[in-house]
Ligand binder design. Structure first.
Ligand SMILES: *Cc1c(COP(=O)(O)O)cnc(C)c1O
Length: 428
């Protein structure tokens, strides 16, 4: 389910009319559905029923304080990738003791900050990092809880920029090297407490098979590390894919209940059904690190059409959002469904929807059959809740858009639009 649907001919987020939001707050405008975020979190949590587990939301997918506060209230843990994200989690009322810290390049400042805040685990990506963590913890007179990220060398069958579990990716430590590394750590690194094992094979996985393959491959390793080094948790990472194509219609029919494979590339119950029996009896606490699956279809980016430009080869709809606001199409060839806020008829025209940025990569679709819309009208880029605002930049000196969190019939501004003064505030 997601909270976006036409009601009486106009697109709503839950009970709030999106055109009214666009008129009041301007565009480009990110709008998130709190009900959808709650629903996704709860469904994933329920899908893992029977396994001792914790859902550690991957903050980088959408780190707005309003979103983090909502998830903290649901009892989520948090998977962070920087000191800045830890700061956000704490500001949003999240518990550092439920935070895991991933990433290949943690700095001394970040390590010290996370140690002082008492995070649950450093998810370490190399032996060099583990030794450095030991050194910093020793200097502070602390013990660092740690897990090593194992690279299981499994093909996630996703876009090459978001595949992370193959030997040629920069992430993790080779599967074969893990046992000896834990042995060395136990023998030589007195300020490390080996607390768990971690993996994350990629993002936007649309088939369950790579997850099964990775879990089956790594299970004996996790068990032997539990036996030998007393680890207590195994994080199986995030990466559950979502529907991007026709996601508006899919929302109406509760996509994870739909039957055909194209309609539901991977559903939360399917994920649970496949993994629960494989994880239930290991005697390990299982951590999940979903980002996209929680927030991806819980957000849209509203943008207003500025011009229609008819070229000899193409028709361009020029909108006021650009790749600086939503970079997924340019960065990963990401697809976002584009729908008018007023429910369209069946007529379609082939157009390119492009932004105002001076880059040829600044488009939201090319040669796509879309319902027609005119300059002055606002459209929604669907499925923009994950890796949307968080990747936005000021490129072309464009202010960052505002963010709205809708809950039922209430719409709260959870981040105001940047002003021109904000743009230069830090410059001396
Ligand atoms: C990005 C990331 C995630 C979340 O990935 P999604 O595809 O958004 O679920 C989880 N764990 C780690 C280590 C990550 O880097």
């Amino acid at each position: 389910m997601h909270g976006f649907a036409y009601q009486n001919g106009s697109l709503h987020c839950e009970q709030v009319d999106l055109q009214a939001l666009a008129t009041e707050h301007g565009t480009p405008l990110y709008v998130y559905s709190a009900g959808t975020i709650r629903d996704h979190f709860t469904r994933l949590d329920e899908a893992m029923h029977g396994v001792d587990h914790e859902v550690a939301y991957a903050v980088k997918a959408n780190s707005n304080l309003g979103v983090l506060r909502l998830l903290a209230g649901l009892g989520a843990g948090f998977d962070i990738v920087s000191g800045g994200e830890l700061f956000r989690v704490i500001k949003a009322g999240g518990n550092p003791a439920k935070c895991t810290f991933a990433g290949v390049g943690k700095t001394r400042e970040e390590i010290e900050y996370a140690l002082q805040q008492g995070i649950y685990s450093f998810n370490v990506e190399s032996e060099e990092e583990l030794r450095y963590l030991n050194q910093v913890a020793g200097e502070l007179g602390l013990i660092a809880p740690a897990a090593v990220r194992v690279n299981p060398n499994v093909d996630a069958k996703t876009h090459k920029y978001i595949s992370t579990g193959k030997s040629e990716n920069k992430f993790g430590v080779d599967f074969e090297a893990i046992p000896a590394l834990y042995d060395r750590a136990a023998a030589e690194l007195p300020h490390i407490r080996l607390r768990g094992l971690q993996m994350h094979i990629g993002s936007q996985l649309t088939s369950i098979q790579p997850f099964i393959e990775a879990v089956e491959k790594v299970t004996p390793l996790a068990l032997s590390l539990k036996e030998k080094h007393g680890i207590e948790f195994w994080s199986i990472g995030g990466g559950i894919g979502i529907v991007y194509h026709d996601s508006l219609a899919a929302g109406d029919m509760h996509w994870w209940d739909a039957k055909s494979a194209e309609e539901r590339p991977l559903t939360l119950p399917q994920y649970g059904e496949a993994l629960v029996p494989r994880l239930r009896d290991l005697g390990l606490k299982i951590l999940l690190e979903p980002g996209r699956a929680i927030v991806g279809n819980a957000g849209v980016l509203l943008t207003r059409c500025l011009y229609e430009k008819k070229g000899t080869a193409k028709t361009f709809k020029i909108v006021d959002a650009g790749m600086n606001d939503l970079i997924r199409p340019a960065l990963y060839e990401g697809h976002h469904e584009i729908v008018p806020l007023t429910e369209p008829g069946s007529e379609r025209r082939k157009v390119d929807v492009v932004g105002p940025i001076c880059e040829s990569g600044d488009f939201f679709c090319q040669d796509r059959e879309l319902p027609d819309f005119q300059p002055g009208e606002t459209v929604a880029l669907m499925s923009a809740g994950a890796y949307g605002f968080v990747m936005a930049s000021n490129y072309n000196t464009r202010p960052l858009p505002a963010e709205i969190l809708v809950d039922g019939s209430t719409a709260s501004v959870v981040r105001r639009r940047q002003s021109l003064d904000d743009l230069i505030a830090a410059e001396l």
